[in-house]
Design a protein around this ligand. Structure first.
Ligand code: UT7
Length: 326
């Protein structure tokens, strides 16, 4: 049996840290509100001259170094982001150029916070079809550039960063066991960036109405996230005849500590099973799961044969779960 196996992980965040106390000086908020409502304490913010491709390239290099894979061995680079360097070309192409991955096809995926899992699912299917042997999957965001720094409802939540994995097609029963991706476009308005696409192209009116910034109806998204992420995790377990007690590590999208706790409770997971790092990074959208995976891997929290469930939810709406044996 051939499986898509993660052979290297990497992550990169900007140097600059913005704390809750710093945010108190920018909008009408408090460290206490942010901490109790979200669990977040600080997030990283990109410097001038630092782009999504910059962070993605750094994360990718780390993952390739760990995997021992050279740039010209890569067949495919898939990058998930809602904050690409440009509407086009794909940021994956810029990363391909930065890496010198001359043999790789490269494209972006837009599935918001579920983007990294969508990317893993796409590449897994390429590998099952036999047309790709070695690939990079990257989740990378510079959300600080589309956040409205006058809107306390959203600006306290997001951070910048990137995470990457090298996937290799390998013999054996270790690797991705199943992928489960879902969407419901009827909720597209709950979380979006209204302008800068074909519907609302750039104009003075767009700037005056601040439509180039991210908008979210947080409360509605919260309720839908808990239900969808629970369903997706259970779907992944059922597909593999496994129980929640079989999970060695559960890595959820890092949007809100209360969402993660609610899912953990519903799935009856104990604290050791659940990966949480949002207190240091905020919500980094497509980057949150690969950053957490890389941290867990480098901290020695993962060992061979571990059962890992990745679980995401985001704008679209989109949600996804992936079950893998390390
Ligand atoms: O990553 C993609 C998916 N995203 C998510 O999953 C995010 C899901 N949503 C959430 O995490 C939460 O809904 C939020 C953290 C965004 C908001 O928490 P909440 O408990 O749902 O609060 P709320 O929106 O119901 O707002 C409660 C109050 C409001 O005041 P009133 O109307 O009750 O007087 C807000 O104006 O909190 C106020 N508020 C704030 N106060 C201080 C909102 N943001 C802030 C703030 N500081 N930063």
């Amino acid at each position: 049996m051939r499986r898509s196996r993660i052979t290297g992980t990497g992550s990169a965040v900007p140097e600059k840290i913005l704390t809750n106390v710093d945010l108190e000086k920018i909008v009408d908020t408090t460290d206490e509100w942010i901490t109790t409502r979200t669990g977040m304490k600080e997030r990283h913010i990109a410097a001038e001259g630092e782009y999504t491709s910059t962070l993605a390239t750094r994360a990718a290099r780390q993952a390739m170094e760990m995997a021992g894979v050279a740039p010209d061995e890569l067949d495919l680079i898939v990058l998930a982001s809602v904050t690409p360097d440009f509407p086009f070309p794909a940021t994956a192409c810029i990363v391909q150029h930065n890496l010198g991955a001359v043999n790789a096809a490269a494209f972006d995926i837009s599935a918001a916070c579920s983007g990294f899992l969508y990317g893993l699912s796409v590449v897994d299917n390429f590998m099952k079809a036999g047309s790709v042997k070695k690939a990079l999957v990257i989740g990378a965001e510079v959300l600080s550039r589309i956040v409205d720094w006058t809107d306390r409802n959203t600006c306290v939540l997001f951070g910048d960063g990137a995470g990457a994995v090298v996937l290799e097609s390998a013999e054996g029963d270790r690797g991705i066991l199943s992928t489960h991706i879902h969407s419901d476009g009827s909720y597209w308005e709950l979380l979006n960036q209204p302008a800068c696409g074909s519907r609302n192209p750039a104009s003075q009116k767009i700037i005056d109405e601040r439509l180039m910034f991210l908008r979210m109806q947080g409360n509605d998204v919260f309720k839908l996230a808990v239900r969808a992420m629970e369903d997706a995790a259970l779907e992944a377990l059922a597909a593999n005849n496994l129980q929640t007690t079989d999970i060695d590590l559960f890595i959820p999208h890092q949007a809100n500590r209360r969402i993660i706790d609610a899912i953990g409770k519903r799935l009856k997971l104990n604290e050791e099973q659940v990966c949480v790092n949002l207190e240091r990074y905020g919500n980094t959208s497509a980057a949150s799961i690969p950053i957490a995976l890389d941290e867990a891997n480098r901290a020695g929290r993962i060992t061979d044969e571990n059962v890992i469930v990745l679980d995401a939810f985001g704008g679209g709406l989109t949600w996804a779960a992936i079950l893998l044996r390390w």
